[in-house]
Design a protein around this ligand. Structure first.
Ligand code: ISE
Length: 333
């Protein structure tokens, strides 16, 4: 059976998802597309061979011809649209963040528990990235012993114009919160946020430095620098008892020229994580067909938002803030 998809939102990310699904994912077809910009919806629908364009996202979600829904509309719409998918009992892949607040995430979790089945996957795509997967496999192999520290770096070329001072945490660092929890296989329990330099002159893209307490006494450090200018660059090094594991970005060619050797950086995250997006989409479709959920769950989406909220509190208070999770419901075990 081919899974017939509805895609809500075809801006930069949604259009990329649509193209990836249409050209590189097996077992799915795009039935309908909705975007607030109807012309854009039509253009992307034509490009990817979608059967139709919807005039309302809720109609698309309710369409009996649509088996599952991918949500890539603005962050503020994620909660209501994901809820509509749960109520319609349709599997949904929602871009991060799952919702704007941890309370809203909990409402989605309640709805999913009432449905009694996992329907929600959150687009924390790094879990599917071959570099992070290789790091996890090396850790699991055991010869490096236990993990002690995870150093993470997240640099963008420039913060988008709509970024405010907290977005480095709520929009960017959430990826690290999810991947650190996934890598260390446990919850983050406290966070301290530091801002280097003179705070009075800082822009929303200025660096922030985060220190987190992880499971079993581990620590994670995260630098987010949204205005790093030189390129999109995500780094990670896991320090273990008997060695370290370094993340390698995919570099397929080194150029030797004018007395130097080098590789270029992408402008944004899409080329860096293109394999992750493709594998995430394929994993999602396979999970719908097999009934075995994969990727980040609604619970994972909730914890990333919960850590971000504590981070924002720490940014305001200048103190270390505790992160208190409630016990994970059995549905997510
Ligand atoms: C953006 O929303 C993403 O999800 C990217 O992966 C991340 O690198 C960027 O910092 C975010 O703004």
């Amino acid at each position: 059976m081919s899974v017939k998809l509805g895609i809500v939102g075809v801006g930069v990310m949604g259009a990329d998802h649509a193209r990836t699904i249409a050209s590189q994912v097996a077992g799915a077809s795009i039935r309908g597309i909705y975007d607030a910009n109807a012309e854009r919806a039509k253009q992307i629908a034509d490009e990817v061979g979608a059967t139709g364009v919807a005039s309302d996202p809720l109609h698309l979600i309710g369409d009996p011809q649509v088996d599952a829904v991918l949500i890539a509309s603005p962050d503020s719409t994620h909660k209501e649209l994901t809820l509509a998918c749960i109520m319609a009992r349709k599997p949904v892949l929602c871009e991060k963040p799952l919702a704007s607040t941890s309370q809203e995430c909990l409402e989605l979790i309640d709805a999913e528990m009432a449905a009694g089945v996992r329907l929600v996957q959150v687009g924390y795509m790094r879990r599917f990235d071959p570099s992070y997967a290789a790091m996890k496999a090396q850790l699991a192999a055991g010869r490096l012993g236990k993990p002690l520290l995870f150093h993470c770096v997240h640099r963008n070329v420039a913060a988008p114009p709509w970024f405010d001072g907290g977005m480095a945490i709520a929009n960017s660092a959430v990826h690290e919160f999810d991947i650190v929890r996934w890598m260390l296989a446990g919850d983050l329990t406290a966070i301290s946020v530091f801002r280097p330099g003179e705070v009075s002159t800082q822009t929303p893209g200025a660096p922030v430095f985060l220190v987190l307490d992880g499971p079993g006494g581990t620590l994670a450090t995260i630098e987010v620098f949204n205005d790093a200018a030189y390129g999109y660059d995500v780094r990670g090094e896991l320090v273990c008892e008997k060695g370290t594991i370094e993340l390698q970005r995919p570099v397929h060619a080194l150029v030797n020229h004018a007395l130097s050797q080098g590789a270029s950086y992408p402008l944004d995250w899409r080329p860096r994580f293109q394999d992750a997006y493709r594998l995430q989409a394929q994993g999602w479709i396979d999970s719908i067909r097999s009934g075995r959920p994969t990727g980040a769950s609604a619970w994972d989406g909730y914890t990333a938002t919960l850590v971000a909220e504590a981070g924002l509190r720490s940014l305001g208070s200048g103190r270390r803030e505790e992160i208190s999770t409630t016990p994970m419901p059995g549905l997510y075990g």
